[in-house]
Design a binder for this molecule. Sequence first.
Ligand SMILES: Cc1ncc(COP(=O)(O)O)c(C=O)c1O
Length: 439
Amino acid sequence: MKLTKTPINFNIVKSKIEKSGIKNIGTASIRELVSLVNEIQKATGEKFIRMEMGVPGLTPPKIGMNAEIKALKAGVAAKYPMIDGVSHLKDEIALFVKNFLNIKVDRKSCIPTVGSMQGAFATFLMVNKLHQKKDTVLFIDPGFPVQKQQLEVLNQKYETFDVYNFRGDTLEEKLISYLEKGNINSIVYSNPNNPSWICFTEKELQIIGKLATKYNVIVVEDLAYFAMDFRKDYSKPGQAPYQPTVANYTDNWILLISSSKSFSNAGQRIGMMVISNALFNRKYESLNAKFGNPLFGYNLIYKVLYSLSSGVTHSAQYGLAAMLKAANSGEFDFVEIIKEYGKRAKIMKKLFVDNGFTIVYDKDEDKVLADGFYFTISYKNMTGSQLLEHLLYYGISAISLEITGSYHTEGLRACVSQTKPAQFKDLENRLQQFNKDFS
Ligand SMILES: Cc1ncc(COP(=O)(O)O)c(C=O)c1O
């Protein structure tokens, strides 16, 4: 890079990148980038447009906070919580699933986890134990890199493909090419998708569900961005439209519903794992041989979750239960609050496009993509690594698509949550200079 007059002091950025120990910026993890940008900000005194990490940028709802404080004052901290969740939280989760997904599920199949992160980890531990030959997880990518890290930690196998060229009917053939080999135990995807913000259509969910039944695999539907496809209004309890789900098309599902983004509750580390009644009650000979009990749900709770954390922080369960109760009764419109992300995305995407950038993932079949928590960008023929590094000199940080399983094209994932509207002018100025310097 030859330019030296950049919005953020060129020499400081250069030396901080060199000192960071990051060998290839394109494969740096999110947390490595967070630490690098912190260092640059400290040394220059300049504020970045921080788009690398998916942290909620809104204040947590008072309903949850107050319920947690009340529970703490009542002394719940001294007591171990039930592993499968406090009773009224289980009721509210089941009701929430009925109200916002239109899916009926027993309260016993609704289990809090320490974030969806733990829900995924527990799921991976289970699905690997069901059939000897089915030892591989299939990711419909791009995806959340930490789930692959979890499988690496567990020493479990996974396969992946980038869905970019396999939307609509073509998804079926692509999935069959993996499933017919007989080694896949589960299919994982997030919807809306981190990082691309694509949302599967009903046709695509139907294909996934149908094949999951046919090939006897479990769909792990990660709803970390629940109700955040703002093109439709999923905010009214018990009223269509509902958050789309594969649960309409198969019995083989586990839903991971995070509270981190939809309820701005990331710090409390509580999510919901919801398992279809059929799968919860299904018997597996392999589980019987290993644990002395054949039931999927029983082993998930009393063997796997018990081993991981013996339940979820007691007070956090009261906080989430209160928010769900208020959402279920229609008194708390959680979607209205998080719509802010969609508003920010609309403006920020335009600023990038006006300054020579292209939106990488831009359609759901024939529909223009929603504006939400993330969007993806590329610039002319720069690689993701080059773009990421160059943008750091302009005070803009993001992550490379390379680490998310996106093989379609070079580019970056941008998260809108930490960019306040007051920073849009800075973003615009920096992008204008970037485009001038590189065109
Ligand atoms: C797709 C996806 N799944 C899961 C998570 C983790 O959620 P939680 O905070 O509930 O552990 C995230 C967080 O960014 C995510 O993007």
